[in-house]
Design a protein around this ligand. Structure first.
Ligand SMILES: Cc1cc2nc3c(=O)[nH]c(=O)nc-3n(C[C@H](O)[C@H](O)[C@H](O)COP(=O)(O)O)c2cc1C
Length: 228
């Protein structure tokens, strides 16, 4: 049975839900740097994120929302220090292996832009986990990571639904320590990401380029296809 996407199920309009889930993009060039984001709106996104699943229903994470210009600058400088060598390596790999790949070219130019303007983004949201997987995780920490990551994605989805663009970023973590000091984050707390949050410009986003579901789905047994 396939789902009729024009249907609604209970309170859910499937077409709208799918639109949200498939068009929540990494927004960089379309972040509106001129329009402040009200704290209450950002808080609404956090409120939705608290509904995400977590092992044992322990919400072992917190959000540090940064709208102070000096503190944003600390984060942006840490980000840029890690970004510079990272993107240089990416660019040389791409120019060697896929010089004509315009999609990669666009992602890199958009990434360059975000690195340049990061401190101008109205809110930098830093999701943080209480503890770390080495201390608290079972196995390799799957339960631990699985209890934190959904909250971040829920925040991004809630933001998109409210006209806010976000991008999951991690490169400031090269300077995690100095950011922790600037934000007063204790050593037992692990920063998970930095999610720039701003109103987006323009109206629409399109689904991204992804592998087909049939290619990434196996029924009942692992298929040893190309796993590169
Ligand atoms: C764990 C993780 C780390 C990421 N780190 C960064 C980052 O530091 N900087 C950045 O610009 N984008 C970062 N991204 C965004 C990805 O580049 C983006 O999700 C990917 O290109 C797909 O983009 P799309 O969702 O718009 O199609 C990260 C994404 C994830 C999931």
């Amino acid at each position: 049975m396939t789902t009729d996407s024009t249907n609604s199920h209970g309170q859910i309009d499937v077409a709208n839900a799918d639109l949200l889930l498939s068009t929540t993009r990494a927004v960089r060039k379309r972040l509106d740097l001129t329009r402040p984001v009200p704290r209450e709106l950002a808080l609404e996104c956090v409120r939705i994120s608290t509904q995400s699943p977590a092992g044992g229903n322990y919400q072992k994470w917190r959000w540090v929302m940064v709208d102070d210009p000096e503190k944003k600058l600390v984060i942006a400088e840490a980000y840029r220090r890690t970004y510079a060598p990272y993107i240089e390596a990416q660019k040389s790999a791409v120019s060697e292996k896929a010089p004509d790949d315009s999609t990669l070219g666009k992602i890199m130019s958009s990434s360059d832009y975000l690195a340049e303007v990061l401190e101008q983004v109205p809110v930098l949201a830093i999701p943080c986990a209480l503890g770390n997987p080495a201390q608290d995780g079972n196995g390799d920490g799957q339960g631990w990571w699985g209890s934190c990551i959904p909250a971040v994605w829920s925040y991004m989805l809630a933001a998109r639904a409210r006209g806010l663009g976000t991008a999951w970023t991690t490169l400031h973590l090269g300077g995690e320590q100095e950011v922790a000091e600037a934000l007063g984050i204790p050593p037992t707390v692990m920063q998970l990401a930095c999610v720039p949050t701003a109103y987006y410009t323009g109206e629409t986003f399109r689904p991204g380029a992804r592998r087909p579901a049939e290619e990434v789905t196996y029924w009942n047994e692992w298929k040893n296809t190309d796993i590169s």
